[in-house]
Every structure is written in C-alpha cells, then in structure tokens.
Write a protein that binds this ligand. Structure first.
Ligand code: ADP
Length: 456
C-alpha cells in the first residue's frame, strides 16, 4: 500500500507531536507513524518537567535572577561543553516560548505553585505538568493533533528511508510486522524516534560499560531506529558513547522512580553503612557512578513528611508508592531506629548521619558535600527509605542537525528532505543531559522541524 503526504513524521513522542502540529498548522498534509500500539514514547513515562528560564511560576514564587544566559551556561557545563553552542543557544532562547506554546496552544496544565531544581541547575526553573508525569503532555498533544485531523498510524514501524536522486522522498514501513507500507513525503521526512536506551546491542556497540547488567528506564520502542535509518543514508553521528543512567531507579524493574523526586527538595542518599557519599543535587552521571562504587552498587534515599510536603510526590505517584512498599523496596517508619532496622543499616551510624544533616540544615552549610540548595531538617518523622540503583535513561548521542533541524551527512552537508528532532539528535545535551532538558529540547526542536517543513 502507498500513502502520499507532504510531511511524514516518524515517532509519536513529544518531539514528533510538536513537529506534526506545526507542519499541519502551516498548511501541510501530515502523518505520524508510531511502531508501538499507543502513542507517547518516553515522553509519556517521563516526569514531564520542563526547564524554562524566567517562567511565570518563578515570578509567582519570587525566584529572581534566572536568565537565558544562566540556563545556557548550566546546560553547556552540564554536558562538559560538548553540546553545540549555537544549538544550545537556540534551546535556551526558545525554552520559555516552547513552554508557553504548550500552555497556551496545546492547553497543557502546569502546576502554578511548584518548580523543580534538577541537578546541575542554578535555579528552580523546571515547570511541572499536573500529575507530575508526561501523561499530561502527551494527552494534550494527542488531543491537539486530533483536532487538526493529523492521522496517526500506530503499529507502523518505519524500516528505511527512501532516497531518490540524492533526496529523501519517504519511508518504507511495516504494519503489525505483516504488511509493507510506503509513505511518500513530498516535502520532508522528520525523524523523532527517540534514543536507543532499550537496545543493549546498540548501547554496547558505542560504550561497553552499558551492557545487560544495566536495566533501562525507557520504553521498549526506544531502540535507535531513526539513528540507524539516517546513518544508512549517509548521516553523521556524534557523541554516541555518552549514555546517561538515571541514579534513582527500581532495582527490580529498572523503572525511574518519580516518587524519589523528593531528592530535589532535600531527601538524602546513604549507603548500606548509613553514610552519605555524594551531593544529592550532583549531575546524574556523578551520582550514578558514586552509587555503583558503594557496597552492593545501590543506595538508599531517605526523606520525611516535611520534605514530602514540599515535593508532594507521595500524592502524585500513589501507584509507585504502593508497588515499592509491596516489593519491600520502600519502608515507612516513625523513628530513625526503625528505619535503619528495616533495611539492616546500623542504627547508630544512620543516627549520626542524620544528626549531621540536621545541623547542616540549621546552619545552611553542608560541610560534607556542599548541598547546593541547602539540606532540610530530618528531625521529625515519619520517615521513608527507598532502595535504588542507576538505570540507563537517556542517550545523548545521535544525529547531527543544524539550526533548521536538517540532518547533516558526514561531509557536513544537509541531506535534502531529511529532518530530525528530539532524543535521536546528538548535538544539544553534550556528554550529559540535565534534568528537565529533554522536554525543553524536544518541544523546541520538534517545533522548529515542523515549521521548517511547513515552509517548504
Ligand atoms: P522524543 O522525546 O525524542 O520525542 P520519545 O521516546 O518520546 O522521543 O518518542 C519516540 C517515539 O518513536 C516512541 O513512541 C517510539 O515507539 C517511536 N518509534 C521508535 N522507532 C520507530 C520506528 N522505527 N517507526 C515508528 N515509530 C518509532
């Protein structure tokens, strides 16, 4: 079967939806292909937080001093300056506009009284969608795409790009692994297929460390298809060896722990000896490596009701809370003694650690690890202790794109007809993506891809 469109978008995560919506609004005939039975990709199962310097919630909370420049600097530094400065400038300049677009055009609801300060950021600048997950984003993007009559072909896996006279003119796809389908794209193919965190073979091809010992926080569809398809038509790859682990994931399933977002509001990390070993707001790679160096290669995260009162993750992630309790990966206790006994930590050692934390919370100075936001008192229970391990979360490397999201070949020239945005690109996050930067990236560059295609 053959289908004819102006623009074919491959992948229905946040990047794909943003691209499709913009291209359609510019008057193009657009389709989205999605290999899974449902839309959303990793965007759906992510926390959905989005960095936007100078945002409206910062104003409401009286957070002053944040700027595009500060956000740019944090992002570059967070990625060891391996991001492309020009592209990171585009991200920093457009992040707030992307957030407003989601809010005003797509009708995404963000909390109006809470922000996250993820590791590596100088300010609380990440907007939080209601429900604290990407479900709010995908539900609203999907509704918007529906209202614009953009067809979404699910169970439809793009397998290769069609190249005619040096130009990409469409994609070949398989429907339910049974039927071949061709999608011709008169103007553009936009790849938004996400990263390759779930593809162990591809992970180890580029970095031997991340073999099957590591689980992944990613959806099963996150297998690097777009990167491979583009490479087969001459695209250049970059930063492929940089693979990010999320430090706090479920030791049994590898799933990201969103309940543990209390870490951004003062929860501490200790090892089996009851000792802290890293600044809790360090970069994800630093925390992950530090955890793997501890006895057993895991950590415990500890917080109390006071901290939960700030981050409100218990109410937001009830299902995860119940699941962790059931699996004995999370315990609640009224005293530090009980807490320590629940997980076989020496109570005296844990009490000594907590005593120091309480002192540092009072003075505002964490003498051991220089917690950048200042520690929070753990004097009062009830307490929570959660066991966690690092899990492969985000692949920083991928396609080289330019400011128009054109995919470049190994000679640095644009491959006519081919565009890409989102996690499968490799030029924005450098060696290490900061929290809240994926959504800002995929919406910003997804929209640019859609607008570029819309102008063709
Ligand atoms: P991003 O954050 O970059 O938008 P996501 O991981 O959220 O990326 O979404 C990528 C989507 O692309 C997922 O829903 C995934 O299932 C889909 N996908 C991956 N490979 C293919 C493919 N070959 N054909 C169609 N869809 C694909």
């Amino acid at each position: 079967k053959v289908n004819n469109y102006d623009v074919v978008v491959v992948g229905s995560g946040g990047g794909g939806f943003a691209a499709a919506i913009e291209a359609k609004q510019a008057g193009k005939k657009v389709a989205i292909l999605e290999k899974m039975p449902t839309v959303g990709g990793n965007t759906l199962i992510s926390g959905g937080e989005m960095n936007a310097p100078g945002n409206w919630v910062q104003k409401k909370l009286g957070i002053k001093g944040d700027s595009v420049k500060s956000y740019y600097k944090d992002t570059m530094k967070g990625g060891d300056n391996l991001g492309d400065p020009k592209m990171v400038h585009i991200l920093a300049n457009n992040a707030l506009g992307s957030a407003k677009w989601l809010r005003d055009d797509v009708h995404v609801k963000f909390l109006d009284d809470q922000l996250f300060q993820f590791g590596g950021h100088s300010y609380k600048r990440a907007l939080i969608p209601v429900g604290h997950t990407g479900q709010e984003l995908i539900t609203k993007l999907d509704a918007k795409a529906n209202s614009l009559n953009i067809p979404i072909y699910v169970n439809t896996k793009a397998t290769s790009l069609i190249k005619k006279n040096g130009r990409i003119t469409g994609v070949k796809a398989r429907y339910e692994d049974k039927k071949n389908v061709t999608f011709n794209a008169k103007k553009a193919v936009i790849l938004t297929t996400g990263g390759f965190g779930s593809n162990v073979k591809m992970r180890t091809k580029y970095n031997k460390e991340y073999d099957k010992r590591y689980k992944s926080t990613d959806t099963a569809g996150t297998t690097g298809d777009g990167i491979v398809m583009a490479q087969n038509v001459g695209a250049k790859l970059t930063n492929m060896k940089y693979i990010q682990t999320y430090p706090i994931a479920n030791p049994k399933t590898g799933m990201i722990s969103l309940l543990a977002d209390t870490r951004f509001d003062g929860a501490i990390l200790v090892n089996q000896k009851g000792q802290r070993f890293v600044e809790e707001l360090e970069r994800r790679d630093v925390i992950s490596k530090a955890i793997l160096k501890q006895p057993g290669g895991y950590t415990y995260q500890i917080w109390n009701d006071k901290i939960d009162g700030i981050s409100k993750t218990k109410a937001a992630h009830k299902a995860e809370y119940n699941e962790l309790i059931k699996e004995h990966l999370l315990y609640k206790a009224d005293t530090i003694d009980e807490l320590a006994k629940d997980v076989d930590i020496d109570p005296a050692a844990l009490k000594a650690t907590i005593k120091k934390v309480n002192q540092y919370a009072k003075t505002g100075k964490d003498k051991d690890f220089h917690h950048r936001a200042g520690l929070v008192s753990l004097e009062k229970g009830p307490y929570y202790i959660e066991k966690a391990v690092p899990s492969v979360h985000h692949t920083m490397g991928g396609l080289v794109i330019n400011d128009k999201t054109e995919v470049l070949n190994t000679k640095g020239q644009a491959i006519p007809g081919l565009y890409a945005a989102g996690e499968l690109t490799g030029v924005i996050q450098g060696s290490n993506r900061l929290g809240g930067n994926a959504i800002a990236d995929i919406i910003t560059f997804g929209r640019i891809a859609g607008k570029t295609a819309g102008n063709l």
